[in-house]
Design a protein around this ligand. Structure first.
Ligand SMILES: [Ca+2]
Ligand SMILES: [Ca+2]
Length: 321
């Protein structure tokens, strides 16, 4: 396992400490959660979106984005400053997405085209006929009932963007996602540089995944057992230092930005929003199928905005009014 941010960590320790002390996330809860609202600041409760999902206020600040020694598209590590924003505490669930579909009649890309990608039990990625957010594996791979609290998957970027717009929100930018994922940390992962061991920090490719897919061709976080071979209910794991769940792992998440492999070399310092156009949108945060190297905080992924598969979901952001 490589430690992508090791060299810059010591140089940045002072500023990271300042950032950590200066960022006290405020959890915005529904008005009926009066006790919690009173403790954390009731003024933020009105900023909830139409979907009622709890949002965390991420304070303005700056951080080092990318890495010095990761993949080519993560270089150079560069300082980025951001305005404050709200971010959903959790990935959008099937239950919330269902309500959106009932209210709007939205048809997902997978439903319109009759197929989606899934990781089948024979350790192969394939396009599965009939696979949609309602049945991410179609009839070809394992399925189980009662996924209301699991993250919605098999949704394209267009589906994710439509949901966030309906909810009065927007997709986070790539920079916002990495800032919120790192939550003041500069280590390889938000929990540190090492295998999490006994700590339950994220649903990633682990011993549970290996048990159901023993022939999988890529490495797992050896010895770490999060208990889930595929998706897990949102919020099943320890939150990161800013109170956000599943920023690492469970499902990859769509961001607003177009993907540019060399974008970090020309990114503006303040509120970067990605290239003006492109062929692929940025996915961040890794999934339950992700090997250790791809679980790193700096890891970038991308896909066509029409891509949908059983390891891709999203959460929404909102600009304070
Ligand atoms: Ca797992
Ligand atoms: Ca995630």
């Amino acid at each position: 396992m490589r430690h992508a941010a090791g060299t810059c960590r010591s140089l940045l320790s002072a500023s990271v400490l300042v950032m950590a002390l200066g960022h006290r996330p405020v959890l915005a809860e529904p008005p009926d959660a009066a006790g919690l609202a009173a403790r954390t600041g009731a003024a933020h409760a009105t900023l909830l979106g139409k979907d009622g999902a709890p949002m965390v206020l991420i304070h303005a600040g700056d951080f080092m984005m990318g890495s010095h020694d990761g993949e080519a598209d993560e270089i150079p590590a560069h300082r980025v400053s951001l305005e404050a924003f709200y971010l959903d505490r959790d990935e959008v669930t099937n239950q919330r997405f269902h309500r959106f579909v009932l209210e709007t009649g939205h048809k997902t890309t997978a439903e319109k085209e009759g197929k989606a990608w899934a990781y089948a039990l024979d350790n192969k990625w394939r396009e599965v006929k009939g696979a949609t957010w309602r049945q991410p594996e179609g009839n070809e791979t394992e399925s189980w009932p009662d996924r209301d609290e699991h993250p919605v998957v098999s949704v394209s970027w267009y589906d994710a963007e439509a949901y966030c717009r309906w909810a009065g929100k927007r997709l986070p930018t790539e920079a916002e996602f990495e800032y919120a994922l790192r939550a003041g940390t500069q280590a390889t992962y938000w929990w540190g540089d090492r295998n999490p061991g006994w700590r339950r920090v994220a649903n990633i490719a682990d011993e549970a995944h290996k048990r159901t897919s023993p022939d999988r061709p890529w490495p797992i976080m050896s010895g770490y057992d999060d208990g889930y071979a595929r998706t897990s209910p949102v919020g099943s794991f320890e939150p990161n230092p800013w109170g956000l769940h599943d920023m690492t792992g469970n499902v990859l998440e769509w961001t607003a930005d177009w993907y540019g492999q060399d974008y970090y070399g020309r990114s503006p310092r303040h509120n970067p929003t990605g290239p003006s156009d492109g062929d692929a949108k940025v996915l961040r945060g890794s999934s339950g199928y992700s090997e250790p190297r791809n679980v790193r905080s700096a890891t970038r992924a991308s896909a066509s905005p029409t891509r949908r598969s059983d390891n891709i979901g999203f959460r929404c952001a909102k600009t304070p009014e």
